[in-house]
Design a protein around this ligand. Sequence first.
Ligand code: PDD
Length: 286
Amino acid sequence: MSTAYLNGEFLPLAEAKISPLDRGFLFGDGIYEVIPYYRGKSVGLVPHLQRMLRGLAEIEINCDKTLAQWSELLDDLMAKNNGAEQNLGVYVHISRGTDSIRNHAYPKNISPTIFCFTFAIKDPEPAQRTKAAGYTVTTSEDLRWKRCHIKSTALLGNVIHYQQGYASGNHECLLYNEHNQLTEGSSVNAFIVKDGVVSTPILDNQILPGITRGIIIDCIKADGSISLEERVITMDEVHNADEVWISSSSKEIAAIIAIDGVKVGDGTVGPVWEKAFALYSAAKFN
Ligand code: PDD
């Protein structure tokens, strides 16, 4: 049984209980993070925590823990879950807290509910393109909200889009806005490669500023051998790309080999993926 953290206490996950009047339960009124740890070593811990603190500030949840205190709490959670011996994701969830009534307005004088638990994550993909798994996706107009930069626990829009991909036998659903421009996937950021140039949508309110996305951009730029652009990408470009990738803390960089049943490029994991994945793997613990 894994050990969870709830409001100041470590306890078996099955014993962690919250009130049904918690605003996270009633309204999805909270912020969350998912942070990967490979045998105790975290990937992007500081940027993950910084994004979480930004999200809390943006929706005015007052949680007084500092970045250093969060980092210590997660180290303790890792230690209690044998984190040095396995690959674990940490889920961190902070809701606005439990009120005595259901009222949309932000209540005064309640404390946030803080809940963290760990879950097993897979080993990274093999680094060779001939061995790495290829993923398939479907596509949909992005029907979520206009604040996708906030990592909100209110994920019904994402869940519905994820299910569109899953129900049709795919791993993800790539999303586009009303101008036929790529935004992201239901739980991932997206990249395309054309003629050796990697492109990914710019950061705005239509996408989550993914930590994996940031690490990928930084390591490609630092290496300098692959061109990379952050720009508007049309779905025509997605369909004509040589390679398409998705990224997230749990998937790292995953190559897409088919979109809506049509092959991407020659339908195999591509050479630029292999190069980028090697750069990412070398940089991710920095
Ligand atoms: N999903 N876009 C969306 C909508 C996401 O939900 C995620 C992460 C990402 C990638 O972000 P990052 O690289 O920081 O993980 C992009 C997480 C893993 C989840 O909801 O489980």
